[in-house]
Design a protein around this ligand. Sequence first.
Ligand SMILES: Cc1cc2nc3c(=O)[nH]c(=O)nc-3n(C[C@H](O)[C@H](O)[C@H](O)COP(=O)(O)O)c2cc1C
Length: 175
Amino acid sequence: MNILICYATSEGQTRKIARFCASQLIAHGHSVEVIAATDAQEIGLSLFDAAILAGSVHAGRIQRELADFAEAHAAGLNTLPTLFLQVSLAAAGEDADERADLDLIAQGFCDGAGWRPGAVHHIAGAFRFTQYDFFKGWAMRWIASQRDHDVAPGMDTEYTDWAALASVLESWHAP
Ligand SMILES: Cc1cc2nc3c(=O)[nH]c(=O)nc-3n(C[C@H](O)[C@H](O)[C@H](O)COP(=O)(O)O)c2cc1C
């Protein structure tokens, strides 16, 4: 299959996840194009047999450029096998309320675009202190302390479960 992976990222973790997905799918014999949503508005979906969209949660929202892409291509996406990967820190925890919020964020994103993905998965992201400015770094240290995350100042801490993501891809592209 020829598979499109369109992603949006603010600090880089979703790009890493998109590239990981590409390497897994290529290893299974697929052709893959990975493209940032900012560069994808003109892309033709007719070239592809399936698509993955991936974006990350910031203050309860997915990046605007991914929403624009999903909305612009909803009709085409709805005819393909598709997967939405929503990256967040809440997905790294077990808090039921936060998990319910993640479902609402994903639902709002998809409904807003008019896109009905074949599957939605929540993927744990990362603290990227190497990418944060002073204020973001301060806010994220506070969030880390509230969640009992043991983060080292100035360093990145990754929660993405790569083996679980590989399993998601296996079960998605297997048919
Ligand atoms: C300013 C800011 C706001 C964030 N807001 C949320 C949030 O509302 N819920 C959540 O679960 N994670 C939140 N996160 C965590 C990100 O989703 C997480 O760091 C993710 O790995 C970012 O992916 P990216 O590097 O691809 O942008 C936030 C991170 C930052 C820096």
